[in-house]
Design a protein around this ligand. Structure first.
Ligand code: SF4
Ligand code: SF4
Length: 362
């Protein structure tokens, strides 16, 4: 089991596909250091093996070192998921001394011009490169994350080359998942069918080229899929997410599903929430499934796909994920993708003043 600790929603970047909810949690509602430390101990006692410190940007929290040390003492494998623009070598040394074991660094593109426009942060790309060097100097393993979409896919080969150049052992190429901010920006992000075909060939060729030196993880675009991904490895099976204010979610996008309510680790023990809360039980296992999932031989492989996507497309989280070609809603998804892929490139940023970043740099 893994726990994603979203320490804060604050972030100096403004990615238009951010998985944070549209209603960001304010800094004054964030859990205190002591509350996080207790939640971390409870996660370890519950059976979690890994903790991913994320956000927002987790390094805005001055107590990150304490939380990493707490997780290390509790026997958890610790991973930092960061934009890399706020953390220097000195702080990284402190985090490593506290027990940090792995860093996942996100890039918006292989170039500063497009990367800074997508992230809405001038100078961000250069800071990320400097941070990547610091990670290597400290000797921590590094994964480079690239979220890909219509406006940066023409640089896919360069992104993979860049990951190798900065000394990453793994690169994650993830197509945008359309909920939260990404759903709001879907029309500006949706790749074309031609881009999809080219992307698959590029990944195949790159994997053959870098075998033994770089692992390439590839998350396919749902809207062009035939079968859905096994979202979260199944709802409430091996993953939980704790929001900045302590809400416990079965997936980081679960708040996008209207009508679900979430228990808070400030008020109830984590193990009790995991076992009994409505938000975890509602889609756990296979009993909730409609047809065609209920009698499908893949029902314990993909668990009916993504609940957040089912809700985003159909308004009903209990339907089969429309990414599945067997779903009644699949054609709708295909047609949405075709329409959006022809739309304008304009982003809606998390902070409106970032609109000044809009000039199209592709
Ligand atoms: S996706 Fe971008 S805006 Fe959202 S938390 Fe990550 S770096 Fe910040
Ligand atoms: S019908 Fe349901 S279980 Fe079967 S492949 Fe599609 S989403 Fe998965």
């Amino acid at each position: 089991m893994a726990v994603l600790a979203e320490l804060t929603h604050r972030c100096p970047l403004q990615c238009p596909y951010c998985s944070n909810p549209l209603e960001l949690e304010r800094a004054n509602r964030e859990m205190t250091t002591e509350e996080w430390r207790r939640a971390i101990r409870e996660a370890a006692a519950l059976g979690c093996m890994q903790i991913h410190f994320s956000g927002g940007e987790p390094t805005v929290r001055p107590d990150l070192e304490e939380l990493v040390a707490e997780a290390t003492a509790a026997g958890l494998y610790t991973n930092l998921i960061t934009s890399g623009v706020l953390c220097n070598r000195t702080r990284l040394d402190r985090l490593a001394a506290a027990g940090l074991e792995h860093v996942q660094l996100s890039f918006q593109d292989s170039t500063a011009a497009i990367g800074d426009r997508i992230g809405g942060h001038v100078g961000g790309h250069e800071k990320k490169l400097a941070f990547a060097q610091a990670v290597r100097d400290v000797g921590l393993p590094l994964t480079a994350n690239f979220v890909v979409h219509r406006q940066n896919l023409h640089h896919l080969d360069d992104m993979i080359a860049m990951a190798a150049d900065i000394g990453a052992g793994r690169v994650e190429i993830a197509n945008v998942q359309y909920y939260g901010w990404a759903l709001k920006n879907r029309a500006a992000l949706m790749p074309t069918r031609e881009q999809l075909d080219a992307m698959v060939l590029t990944i195949q060729a790159a994997r053959a080229r870098v075998v033994g030196t770089l692992i390439i993880d590839f998350v396919v675009p749902d809207y062009y899929a035939r079968r859905p991904k096994s979202c979260m490895g199944g709802w409430g099976r091996r993953f939980l997410n704790i929001s900045p204010s302590g809400k416990v979610l079965p997936c980081h996008a679960a708040e996008s599903i209207a009508g679900l309510s979430f228990d808070n680790v400030r008020q109830r023990p984590l193990a009790e929430i995991w076992q009994t809360s409505d938000a975890f039980r509602i889609f756990r296992g296979t009993d909730w499934m409609p047809q065609p999932c209920r009698t499908c031989d893949r029902r314990e492989i993909d668990w009916g796909g993504c609940r957040c996507q089912a809700f985003a497309i159909t308004g009903d989280a209990a339907r089969t994920d429309p990414a599945c070609a067997l779903s009644e809603d699949h054609e709708r998804l295909v047609s949405l993708a075709a329409t959006d892929a022809m739309a304008q490139d304009r982003f809606v940023y998390r902070r409106p003043r970032r609109a000044k970043m809009q000039p199209i740099a592709t």
